[in-house]
Design a protein around this ligand. Structure first.
Ligand SMILES: C[S@@+](CC[C@H](N)C(=O)[O-])C[C@H]1O[C@@H](n2cnc3c(N)ncnc32)[C@H](O)[C@@H]1O
Ligand SMILES: *[C@@H]1O[C@H](CO)[C@@H](O)[C@H](O)[C@H]1NC(C)=O
Ligand SMILES: CC(=O)N[C@H]1CO[C@H](CO)[C@@H](O)[C@@H]1O
Length: 333
C-alpha cells in the first residue's frame, strides 16, 4: 500500500513539473541548472521549485550533481523522450489531460459508482448520454481532448495498424477519427490506401487547424456517424468508439457499416481488450472505470466484440493483442 501511495504522489509531481514546463526548460538548457535558475525562468518560488526538483531526483526522473554547495539538475533520457513537449515521442498532451481534466472528473467517481453512470447531469447540467457535449464543453477542453487522442498513437499507433495486413483495403474511413493521429500512422504504413477521417464538424475544423500540419496523406470529412449516411469505404475503422456507447448504439453503428461495406470489406475495431475473465490488464480495468466517469460505455473482452460483430453480419473475426494499451479486431464481410 505504501508503494501505491508513493506511485500516486509521484504522478502528481510529474504532472506538476510538466505543467510548469520543467522538462522543456531542462531539455533546452543543455547543461545542468540550479533550482533558483529554473524557478526564475518559470516564474515560480525558489523554495517550491527546489522541493519539486528534489522529489523528481528521488523518483529518478531527473539527475543532480553538486558543485560548491549548489545542486544542479538535469533531465534523464526518459524525461527528454517522453516528458518534454518538443520531443517527437512526447506524452505531454496525455499528461496535461490526465492532470487537468481526468483527475478533477474522478472526484465524481464515488457518485458514478453509486449510480452506475457518469455525472454529466450534476457536473455540467447535461444528460448522461450527452457525452461529447461534456467532453467538448469549451474550445480549450476540445483541444486538450484531441491532444490526448493524438498522443496515444505516438506509442501504440504503429502496432495497431500493423496488427493485420491492411494493404488490401484501398479506401479507409476512420469513423470518429478525431485529430487524425491513427489515420496518419495508417497512411505511413499503407501509402497506397486513401485514408479519410470522419468526425463531427467542429472537431474536423480543429483537426485541420491544429493537427494536420500541411499533411496531405489524410483527408477529413465532416459528419455524424449516428445520423445520416456514411460514405462508402473498403475498411471502416472504429478506434475507441464502441467503448463510449451503450450496446444498441454500437450495434446500430456496426450495422450501418455493414450495409455500406462491399463484400471483402471490413471493420477494424481498436480498443483496450480485457481478458475474458476480466482479471486484467490493469490498464484496461482502469480505462473501464474511466469510461464509467466520462461516457455511457465500458471496456470489454474480445468475446463481446465478436458477438456484436456477428450480430451486425460480420462472420470472419480475428483478434490481435498488441501487448500495448490498445489492441485490434478485424472483421471481414
Ligand atoms: C474516444 S474518441 C476516439 C478518437 C479516435 N478514434 C482515437 O482513437 O484516437 C471518440 C471520437 O468520436 C467522435 N464522435 C463522437 N460522436 C460522434 C458522431 N456522432 N459522429 C462522428 N464522430 C463522433 C468524437 O468527436 C471523438 O473524436
Ligand atoms: C500529434 O501527434 C504527432 C505524432 O503522431 C505529433 O508529431 C504531433 O506533433 C501531434 N500534434 C499535436 C498538435 O500535438
Ligand atoms: C442498418 C443501417 O443503419 N443501415 C444504413 C446503412 O447505410 C446506408 C447508407 O449509408 C443506409 O441507407 C442504411 O439505412
Amino acid at each position: 500500500m505504501g508503494c501505491f501511495l508513493l506511485f500516486c504522489a509521484a504522478l502528481q509531481v510529474i504532472f506538476s513539473a510538466c505543467e510548469l514546463g520543467v522538462f522543456d526548460l531542462l531539455l533546452q538548457s543543455q547543461k545542468p541548472v540550479s533550482a533558483a535558475e529554473v524557478a526564475q525562468n518559470l516564474g515560480t518560488s525558489g523554495d517550491g521549485m527546489e522541493r519539486l526538483l528534489d522529489v523528481l531526483v528521488g523518483i529518478e526522473i531527473l539527475e543532480v550533481e553538486h558543485t560548491e554547495g549548489t545542486a544542479y539538475y538535469s533531465s534523464t533520457d526518459v524525461a527528454n523522450l517522453y516528458l518534454a513537449k518538443s520531443s517527437p515521442k512526447s506524452l505531454h498532451d496525455m499528461i496535461i489531460y490526465q492532470s487537468q481534466t481526468i483527475y478533477p472528473l474522478w472526484n465524481t467517481m464515488v457518485d458514478a459508482v453509486r449510480e452506475g453512470k457518469n455525472q454529466n447531469e450534476k457536473t455540467f447540467g447535461l444528460s448522461s448520454e450527452d457525452i461529447f457535449s461534456a467532453i467538448y464543453r469549451s474550445d480549450e477542453e476540445m483541444l486538450k481532448f484531441m491532444g490526448l487522442m493524438n498522443s496515444t498513437w505516438v506509442i501504440d499507433g504503429h502496432d495497431v495498424v500493423t496488427a493485420f495486413d491492411l494493404s488490401g483495403f484501398k479506401s479507409v474511413l476512420d469513423l470518429g477519427g478525431c485529430s487524425g493521429g491513427l489515420a496518419r500512422e495508417l497512411a505511413k504504413v499503407y501509402p497506397a490506401s486513401a485514408v479519410t477521417v470522419l468526425d463531427l464538424p467542429n472537431v474536423v475544423q480543429v483537426a485541420k487547424r491544429h493537427f494536420s500540419e500541411g499533411d496531405a496523406a489524410v483527408h477529413f470529412q465532416e459528419g455524424d456517424f449516428f445520423d445520416g449516411d456514411i460514405p462508402a469505404a473498403d475498411l471502416y475503422i472504429l478506434a475507441r468508439i464502441i467503448h463510449d456507447w451503450k450496446e444498441d448504439k454500437c450495434l446500430q453503428l456496426l450495422k450501418k457499416n455493414h450495409s455500406c461495406c462491399p463484400p471483402g470489406g471490413g471493420v477494424l475495431l481498436v480498443e483496450s481488450l480485457l481478458f475474458e475473465n476480466r482479471r486484467g490488464p490493469i490498464m484496461a480495468q482502469i480505462f473501464s472505470l474511466n469510461m464509467l466517469v466520462q461516457t455511457e460505455g465500458k471496456e470489454h473482452p474480445p468475446s463481446y466484440y465478436m458477438q456484436l460483430l456477428n450480430r451486425a453480419g460480420f462472420q470472419e473475426v480475428q483478434v490481435c493483442r498488441t501487448g500495448k494499451s490498445y489492441d485490434a479486431i478485424l472483421a471481414v464481410k
